[in-house]
Design a protein around this ligand. Structure first.
Ligand SMILES: Nc1ncnc2c1ncn2[C@@H]1O[C@H](COP(=O)(O)OP(=O)(O)OP(=O)(O)O)[C@@H](O)[C@H]1O
Length: 564
């Protein structure tokens, strides 16, 4: 979502030179998505003119020249609706209902806590309530309908969801000067990728059950509200300091209607967690893709590392076949491949037998049974989140622990794991420069760390696709317009002041804000609950005093590690 600062396609993204016949059809998949096509997804509820234009583009017969991606400034509505800049209210209409923008200088950045393809995430202090929040800074070029559409979809989806295991969008901060938008979320202390990658942390089966129960409950809610997440992975599973897990990052999520046939892009989900039907090129899919990812997470929590860390789509399929067996004739009949792909069924040689029960023989029978269902090659056999929640895994001893009974960990995020690796790398380089051997550090680091590399990220391709759309229409370098990402992170300044802008340049600054100052709190973007000073003090203590002795670390040994 938002605008994209991409990178060139990595050579390791390429599927050329593959050992299997599957490469042919993978390449044809890639060809299919090379064109910047608009997904025919259900976004009709965004009732704004821009979306109507997008629909027209979808319906346009092939061969007709595409309308420029650039919005016509003359046609855009110059009116500012309820305090929102026109570019946002125009595209986000319904999603902004009942909200007013928070002003940029009412937050103070504390530190950068995450970075994704579309955004940087900051820990910040809400200067009005004293509450610690996470600000996801999305950069969006107001002239690009595509980037706006993705952003609008994420906001709309987030506002439709309301569940304890789904991250809640608490507000929006806009800054007209920089064309950027901040999404305000509750601050979450950890993400599951960070915990799994932490060398000192292992999970008991009770704890795994607790995390999985929360993940599946969140997914059940999303699916019941017609939302597919399409990017379930550890770094998108956020955990607070009371053990509550919330599904985050709805940047790739979409609305779906299980009763209707609907075509969607298959270039979703980070590679390690991507269901086989997506890799095969299916464009009509459903909740099964999220359940496959949940199965990968279950395996990862029990095994202590990602279970199928492929580097390319070909390798990913190969790993899937080696663990889950080669697809049967029946599978090919059941999955609905687009006609352009039917000629090339993926039949790798040799044919593999399903080995899930053999590879994970050290898991409990109930865990084995659940992972076997979730990692079914046929999406229909994966069933639903509701069915998974009713499995024996959650009802047999040891029962899932309560979130509050989970160990208290020091703040751990994927970014911390990345920083740790970066530290190891520097040590190695220093040693190398001094002529010492760095082999020991590297071996240990590799044994524990298996984070998704950029090449393994499915979003990259779609991001590149999106970026192409943006850069084609906007050939000027982004850096001419925006500060480079590293300049976003200046600390201790109100959010809107972290660049060179004067306070007076910032929309919704103190002058404009005063007009809202008599409104009840919940009239600002999202219900902002005032917090007690004691909460702030507690938060400060928690975040300031990270001495290892104050954290209870769980070091119980879990089942044997297995990797395929
Ligand atoms: N509410 C939050 N509280 C604390 N940290 C958060 C929060 N939301 C996101 N983060 C951190 O920021 C990281 C990136 O956030 P997010 O996944 O939403 O961004 P993204 O640009 O969509 O990333 P990606 O490209 O990896 O999908 C997360 O992995 C997480 O560590």
């Amino acid at each position: 979502m938002g605008c994209v600062l991409g990178r060139p396609v990595s050579s390791s993204d390429s599927v050329s030179g593959s050992r299997h016949q599957i490469s042919t059809s993978l390449e044809s998949n890639r060809k299919e998505v090379k064109e910047p096509r608009i997904e025919p997804e259900t976004i009709s509820s965004i009732v704004v003119p821009v979306v109507a234009e997008v629909k027209e583009e979808n319906e346009k017969p092939k061969g007709e020249s595409k309308r420029s991606n650039k919005a016509d400034p003359k046609r855009s509505n110059p009116q500012v609706v309820a305090g929102w800049p026109s570019w946002l209210s125009e595209i986000c209409g319904e999603a902004l209902n009942g909200w007013l923008p928070r002003k940029a200088d009412s937050f103070e950045k504390i530190e950068k806590i995450g970075s994704g393809t579309y955004s940087n995430v900051y820990k910040a202090k809400d200067l009005l309530t004293g509450k610690i929040v996470a600000l996801k800074k999305v950069r969006c070029d107001v002239m690009e309908k595509e980037s706006l559409r993705f952003m609008a979809r994420e906001i709309l989806i987030l506002r439709r969801l309301d569940h304890p295991n789904v991250i809640k969008l608490e507000g929006l901060v806009t800054s007209r000067m920089s064309n950027s938008l901040y999404l305000v979320f509750r601050y979450m202390h950890h993400d599951l990728a960070g915990l799994v990658a932490s060398p000192d942390i292992t999970f008991t089966e009770q704890q795994v059950k607790c995390y999985m129960k929360q993940l599946l409950s969140g997914l059940e809610h999303c699916h019941s509200r017609g939302v597919l997440h399409r990017d379930i992975k550890g770094s998108n599973l956020l955990i607070d300091d009371e053990g509550v897990l919330q599904i985050g990052d709805f940047g790739l999520a979409t609305f779906f209607d299980p009763r209707k046939r609907q075509q969607m892009t298959n270039r979703v989900v980070t590679l390690w967690y991507r269901a086989p039907e997506l890799l095969h090129g299916v464009v009509e899919y459903s909740v099964g893709i999220d359940l496959w990812s949940a199965g990968c997470i279950l395996g990862e929590l029990l095994a202590g590392r990602p279970i199928m860390p492929g580097r390319t789509e070909v390798e990913q399929l190969h790993r899937i076949y080696k663990l889950c067996g080669s697809p049967s004739e029946e599978y090919w009949r059941r999955i609905k491949l687009p006609s352009s792909h039917k000629h090339a069924q993926h039949k790798p040689l040799p044919q593999y037998k399903r080995r899930v029960r053999e590879v994970y023989k050290d898991f409990s029978p109930e865990a084995l049974s659940l992972i076997d269902t979730l990692l079914a090659l046929d999406p229909a056999e994966r069933k639903t989140a509701t069915a998974a929640l009713m499995s024996d895994f959650f009802t047999t001893e040891p029962l899932p622990c309560q979130p509050i009974d989970l160990p208290k960990y020091p703040p751990t995020k994927e970014i911390d794991a990345k920083r740790r690796d970066e530290g190891y790398r520097r040590v190695r380089e220093n040693r190398k420069a001094k002529g010492e051997s760095g082999r020991r550090t590297r071996t240990r680091e590799r044994a524990h760390r298996a984070m998704p590399v950029p090449e393994a990220n499915a979003e990259i391709q779609s991001n590149i696709d999106r970026m192409r759309m943006i850069t084609h229409a906007n050939a000027k370098s982004k850096s001419e317009k925006f500060p480079p990402p590293h300049q976003d992170g200046l600390l201790g300044y109100p959010v809107g002041l972290s660049r060179r802008f004067e306070p007076s340049e910032i929309p919704f600054s103190s002058t404009s804000f005063s007009s809202y100052s008599n409104e009840p709190l919940q009239m600002w973007s999202g219900p902002l609950v005032p917090v007690e000073v004691s909460d702030i003090a507690a938060e400060t203590r928690r975040n300031g005093g990270c001495s290892s002795s104050s954290w209870r670390m769980d070091v119980k040994v879990k089942g044997k590690r297995a990797i395929v």
